[in-house]
Design a protein around this ligand. Structure first.
Ligand code: HDE
Length: 683
């Protein structure tokens, strides 16, 4: 092995590599792309001040041509995304299970780039739409790039890749009028669901709170497919990958999500960007579920079926490491837009299975990159370059960057000592797992994939009463937007196979006939791990709006700010005007935003401090009352102290109840914030 191949990758490897491509214009003179200094950049070259522009103006032509070509096709799906850098570290050697080098040494920090995304919307659509979220991770390992291209939902709509174009055509805006944007609440999507009931399980997830995450920092990630781990001895196990957010899994409420889409369409990317700009860390633990090869058929579902998950209660998730995201990208086009993920980018020790959805993906991603990035050399784009060396005989093509030396571009050869030569398994060469495969060529699906409803029912069984209500409302909203009565009826009929109450309530909500009776799935299994009520709860990194005007109670506010800071909670002063707000004893605070520029939906919780003047001013303002009553109707924690309680009572119509802390007890307030939402509140 050459010396450079032995160079260890570390946390900074990718950043160091990117450094040579970074450009900083500050302090520089302007030049053309040929390096010629430009003397003038505001007037094209003309024949006389009122005359025609001259062809000769190479600077104008270059500038305009470049501009004309600035866009590349957006991704067919997952067009709206946002990337961030960080690193991954394994907790202990995984030698027993896999030979993947980046999973062996706890002291190694493997650089990563993660791109989060929505699926359906165009590049400029809103972040908080109801949808699955993409969670794609590129690990720059010393053995090459490994891509874990997952979603925040552990199952998928379809079982065979050949149906993907149909699914996507159905969920995207309808082709005749290009509506609606970034929403599945329309006829073609629900027509697809009704006629392709394998989608039932995933639809239960997208209709649940998982479809509207509070933050990318607060959602899980799943590899979805069953992969293989293979160890040094060649022993293989089936494996599923999980990302578990350290802050727990939390969601918005639908009314809030829709309002945020207007108030701040960048809500999720802003949250990520700002957290990292402010020095915060974004962390997920990596977990694996493993099944021995000999146990492949021990379950009442097919472990190769991507519409099925492996309940954590049956196959525990082993936590094996942590990913820390801590550096924002420098340029969204160069990094987020040009990053090219591919589930086929694997390293020795990680292998595929015959999941027919995965198999099709192994074709689709390279094909997509070729059209999006304009040729076969996209691996040379800085964000896609491996940090380990790469050598082969693949030469030429559009935008080739490498200057390969010498006459030899073929294998085998004698003129170049047979270099570059394949590496043996011991030398790190990738060897596919030798799974025995035989069968007839048939276009059929295994019968073991035919149960569409048991796990959809298991998901339903696992939801809390509040989560069930959210699912019913989401169905009523989405299917309620469908114009075809026939499609609406079909949808209700399909979901009567999942749960009778769900189907009946949706039928009632959208005004169609009651669904057929007595055909709901008899699945009784419940998986507590699926309910967000059982997740980690912490106030850390939450954002509190402190409503105050001149005359606020100085000490109460000072104490609140100190307590929030201590707990890692961001507290913003919201006031009728920007500038300084003065307390009754002269304390001066800077307002972060006004009732015009801020909005209740952009915060996790509200606090109203005392001070008669401040309270009277706020009570007289509709915007302040709306701020509080909206937080109340979105089940958020609301605290008040002193006279601040008057505004709370006025806006919420009550001064006590779940998540309301009217007596200024900061500890209780932060506990209520940590709870995320107070579903047992009477709205
Ligand atoms: Fe993708 N998917 N997908 N997908 N997918 C793409 O690749 C595709 C599937 C996922 O942030 C495309 O570069 C097929 C499942 C993510 O850049 C495309 C099938 C899962 C991203 C493509 C699937 C995903 C993509 C579009 C069915 C979860 C965004 C642009 C067989 C495990 C990656 C691109 C990023 C992107 C094809 C199903 C996740 C067209 C054919 C299942 C996170 O190649």
């Amino acid at each position: 092995m050459s010396e450079d191949q032995n160079k260890r990758v570390n946390e900074h490897s990718k950043d160091e590599q990117l450094e040579q491509y970074r450009a900083d214009n500050s302090g520089k003179k302007m030049t053309t792309n040929q390096g010629l200094r430009v003397s003038e950049d505001e007037h094209s070259l003309k024949a006389g001040v009122r005359g025609p522009t001259l062809m000769e103006d190479f600077h104008f032509r270059e500038k305009m041509t470049h501009f004309d070509h600035e866009r590349i096709p957006e991704r067919v799906v997952h067009a709206r995304g946002y990337g961030v850098h960080g690193h991954f570290q394994v907790y202990e050697p995984m030698t027993e299970y896999t030979r993947a080098k980046f999973l062996q040494d706890p002291s190694v920090k493997t650089p990563v780039f993660v791109r989060f995304s929505t699926v359906a919307g165009s590049k400029g659509s809103a972040d908080t739409v109801r949808d699955a979220r993409g969670f794609a991770t590129k690990f720059y390992t010393e053995e090459g790039n490994y891509d874990l291209v997952g979603n925040n939902i552990p199952v998928f709509f379809i079982q065979d890749a050949i149906k993907f174009p149909d699914l996507v055509h159905a969920l995207k805006p309808e082709p005749h009028n290009e509506m609606p944007q970034a929403a599945t609440a329309h006829d073609t999507f629900w027509d697809f669901v009704a006629n392709n009931p394998e989608s039932a399980h995933m639809v239960m997830w997208t209709m649940s709170d998982r479809g509207i995450p509070r933050s990318y920092r607060m959602m899980e990630g799943f590899g979805v497919h069953t992969f293989r781990f293979v160890n040094e001895k060649g022993k293989a196990r089936f494996v599923k990958f999980h990302w578990k957010p350290v802050l727990g899994v939390h969601s918005l409420v639908w009314d809030e999500a829709q309002k945020i889409a207007g108030k701040d369409p960048d809500f999720n990317r802003r949250d990520l960007w700002e957290t990292i700009e402010n020095g915060g860390k974004v962390e997920y633990e990596l977990g694996v579920q493993m099944i021995d090869e000999e146990d492949e058929f021990k379950f009442d579902f097919d472990i190769l079926d991507p519409t099925k998950l492996w309940p954590e209660e049956l196959v525990p998730v082993k936590i094996i490491g942590k990913m820390t995201l801590n550096r924002n990208q420098d340029n969204v086009f160069a990094e987020t837009e040009q990053v090219a993920f591919h589930p086929g980018n694997v390293v020795p020790g990680i292998d595929f299975t015959n999941d027919p959805l995965l198999q099709g993906r192994l074709f689709s991603y390279t094909d997509t990159q070729l059209i999006r990035l304009g040729g076969p050399n996209f691996h040379e784009i800085p964000i896609n370059r491996p940090v380990c060396p790469f050598h082969n005989n693949q030469y030429d093509g559009y935008h080739r960057m490498t200057i390969n030396k010498g006459p030899v571009a073929y294998h085998k050869n004698s003129l170049q000592n047979n270099d570059p030569s394949p590496a043996s398994e011991e030398e790190g060469g990738y060897v596919h797992y030798q799974e025995k495969v035989e069968g007839r060529k048939i276009r059929q699906r295994s019968e073991s994939f035919n149960d569409y409803f048991s796990q959809a029912k298991m998901f339903w069984n696992s939801m809390s009463p509040a989560e069930k209500e959210h699912i019913i409302s989401a169905f009523c909203f989405e299917v309620g937007k469908v114009n075809s009565k026939d499609v609406q009826q079909q949808v209700v009929n399909v979901f009567s196979h999942v749960d009778a109450e769900l189907a009946e309530r949706v039928a009632k909500g959208i005004g169609v006939n009651p669904p057929p009776k007595d055909r709901e799935s008899d699945e009784t299994f419940t998986s507590p791990a699926l309910s967000q009520e059982n997740t980690v709860k912490t106030a850390a990194t939450r954002q509190v709006a402190v409503l105050a005007d001149h005359g606020f109670a100085d000490e109460e506010v000072k104490q609140l700010l100190a307590v929030c800071k201590e707990a890692g909670v961001r507290a913003d002063i919201i006031s009728p005007a920007l500038g300084t707000v003065k307390g009754e004893n002269g304390t001066e605070l800077e307002a972060s935003a006004t009732f015009l520029t801020a909005d209740s939906v952009l915060y996790d919780a509200v606090f109203i401090p005392g001070g008669q003047r401040s309270t009277d001013s706020l009570k007289a303002r509709k915007a302040a009352k709306d701020f509080v009553s909206e937080a109340f109707s979105h089940y958020k924690a609301i605290g008040a102290s002193g006279e601040g309680k008057e505004l709370l009572t006025l806006a919420a119509g009550t001064e006590s109840g779940p998540g309301l802390v009217p007596d200024g007890n900061h500890e209780q307030f932060l506990k209520a914030v940590a709870e995320h939402r107070h579903w047992d509140r009477n709205i």
